[in-house]
Design a protein around this ligand. Structure first.
Ligand code: GLV
Ligand code: GLV
Length: 325
């Protein structure tokens, strides 16, 4: 029976699926990530691993886990994995698309509203006993209805996010490497180049994967193109935004505010961010709903079962590996 390592405790539905097949499942017993040494030790005798986005899956990992045939990443993003190395070795890599579209899109809206209406600072104001009575000028924010929304990356999550704007009667612009005709028809979203999106949008939300092309996609030049009244939301990967440049932009008023769920060097972040009132910061919880995390757990298990029962894993990332068999 296949031996599976789960590098961090997850919602148990997927684990139960693996157990129902009689697989031998070992789960990290700690309430923390495995250290590198623990991880490399534990994968020695495993056939499959369910990894987290904090686990680096690279040459060293594959050298240690000589029997590992499939890595099911408990995330839609897989920038923690050296895909080329995996493919070269004939190792299958899967991710968890779609099941977290709503969760992540909803969190991007949560951040957008929180920044636009200063929800977090207003809450802090209440808790610290500063509310002395109705004030017509207290916490003036921005309306979303009728404004221009810029979506960077019109993939599954970007599309879900953009679709949710329908009730707010917005003009929707998007930029991506690829045209998304469904989004153009259904939302309708208008395809523009990045500079146009940055110049014309009131709210900008990032939904691209982290790749060599998207690292620091938003840095000083891009932040300067944005409206002084603009709000930037990032629920994708931290390194897509140059965090030092963002701090400067927020401090010097190049833009109005930002909502962040991800950071360049998690769990670290630019210390000055926490001094700024015009930024809302969350601890990478984009997919943290019961629904999404259950879906992710089940999908990881299904991919592994697909593999060991001789089917193509349903959300295989490195399809080139199929030519390796
Ligand atoms: C989370 O960040 C994910 O990629 O699923
Ligand atoms: C992620 O799944 C995306 O396509 O946005």
């Amino acid at each position: 029976m296949p031996k599976i390592l789960v590098t961090r405790r997850v919602i148990e539905d997927g684990i139960n699926l693996l157990l129902s097949k009689g697989y031998d499942v070992e789960i990290n017993p700690h309430n923390r990530p495995l250290t590198r040494e623990e991880l490399l030790e534990k994968i020695k005798d495993k056939d499959a691993v369910i990894t987290q986005l904090v686990d680096r899956v690279d040459k060293e990992f594959f050298e240690a886990g000589k029997n590992v045939k499939i890595v099911a990443n408990y995330a839609v993003g897989y920038d923690n994995i050296d895909l080329e190395e995996a493919t070269k070795r004939g190792i299958y890599i899967t991710n968890t698309p779609n099941v977290l579209n709503n969760a992540t899109a909803e969190l991007a809206w949560t951040l957008l509203f929180s920044v636009a209406r200063k929800v977090i600072v207003a809450d802090r104001f209440m808790r610290t006993g500063q509310y002395k009575g109705w004030d017509p000028l207290l916490f003036l924010g921005k309306e979303i209805t009728g404004k221009t929304l810029g979506v960077i990356g019109m993939g599954r999550i970007g599309f879900t996010f953009a679709k949710m704007s329908k009730g707010f009667n917005m003009r929707v612009l998007y930029y991506d490497l690829y045209r998304n005709e469904t989004a153009e028809k259904e939302i309708p979203a208008e395809f523009v180049d990045l500079d146009t999106l940055l110049k014309e949008s009131d709210f900008i939300s990032i939904h691209v994967p982290l790749t060599s092309q998207t690292r620091h996609l938003i840095s000083e030049k891009e932040l300067k193109l944005m409206k002084k009244s603009a709000i930037l939301i990032n629920t994708s990967r931290g390194p897509v935004v140059d965090e030092k440049a963002l701090v400067k932009a927020l401090k010097e008023g190049w833009i109005y505010g930002a909502g962040l769920d991800v950071y360049e060097r998690e769990p670290e972040f630019e210390p000055e961010l926490s001094q700024l009132e015009n930024v809302v910061m969350l601890p990478h919880i984009g997919s943290a709903t019961e629904e999404a995390r259950r879906g992710m757990s089940i999908l990881c298990a299904e991919n592994i079962i697909d593999f060991f029962e001789g089917r193509i894993p349903r959300t295989l990332v490195n399809k080139e590996v199929l030519n390796k068999r």
